[in-house]
Design a protein around this ligand. Sequence first.
Ligand code: NAD
Ligand code: MG
Length: 393
Amino acid sequence: MQNVVILGSTGSIGENTLDVIARHPDRYRVLALTCHRNTELLLRQVRAFSPRYVVVTDAAAAAGARRKLLALSPGIEVLEGLPGLCEVAAHPDADAVMAAIVGAAGLEPTLAAVVAGKRVLLANKESLVMSGPLFMRAVRDHGATLLPIDSEHNAIFQCMPPGYRGGLDGHGVARILLTASGGPFRLHSRAELELVTPAQAVAHPNWSMGQKISVDSATLMNKGLELIEACYLFDTTADRVEVVVHPQSIIHSMVEYIDGSVLAQLGNPDMRTPIAYGLAWPARIAAGVPSLDIIAAARLDFAAPDVERFPCLRLARTACEAGGTASAVLNAANEVAVEAFLAGRIGFLAIAELIERVMLRCESFEPVDIAAVKAADAEARAEARQLLQAVSA
Ligand code: NAD
Ligand code: MG
């Protein structure tokens, strides 16, 4: 029996994780659930899974829900804020931690799980993008087991040889082919992109996801973040990772070997597959995912991405090649830009423009610790907000 902590249980990945866990009550027990504000859903999850701990990070939401949580589940411990998240992430009784908080808010709790040497199921790509070298060093130093949940990285991991220990060359791997659906605006002209609304941007054709990652998928920033994520996870450089647009999202990524073999992982676009893989690795468990009807799928298309219409991918590649805090700056500027777009303050094309301007203003440096990463993140956010203010003034 494994005790699982789910950071961000009320999100799309969190809900999918609970769906898989509910299918295997003999294997997994929920130790802790966490949410930011959605305490209605958290209460329903507590009723169904009886965790020992819950964490509510928003102080007002925590105050409002504490009594209801205690009435529902008398022995439950209700923790608050970042200290609460870090406490459950590193809890001695936790065997596996699903890192499914969205954005930079996931950095410290995910690292707390890593430093405690846990089996970490990494959905929160932003934490790795922000702090790659420090994060991966902490994984090694503390003997954590890092399992990628992002479907592409999970696919790449599945296509690596048995006993894979990191890097490409030592395993006969030539390069990685990172697939992208291309998002809902794959065929839009720049003029059409100009008019895209938040409602259109959050409606992804193949995947059902949280708002932020849906917008990232529409700008291709998600693929840019995943390019950086792949470089850190598989200890390689951006020139060994090719992004391939594959609109059907049936192949989730590929690995090319030096003998010319290309291995791909296929499946229906359903996050329960990589989640089940992360929970049970190296074993396999049922995930509730329907069998892939490859005859109905009929064809698989591939194309090169267009970085003219989707400059976020180019910006991410630039940040990845620059190293240091450049990726943390890219990520922070993107979070502010996406928030402004969702609030109707800026247009779709202005997301990339804002990020590029912030990247030009913030000089990259080699961060010695997480405090330095957080400082770079804070500086980039301040620059982005200042630029936004200038736009709306
Ligand atoms: P979501 O918006 O649906 O859920 C986010 C979760 O984080 C919620 O539980 C929310 O309460 C919590 N949260 C939000 N802000 C917080 C804060 N400030 N402090 C603490 N908790 C906070 O997001 P999602 O789609 O589930 O994505 C979660 C992460 O997984 C993201 O990093 C995303 O990039 C990654 N991911 C998601 C998918 C997917 O299919 N949804 C696929 C691959 C990777
Ligand atoms: Mg992905």
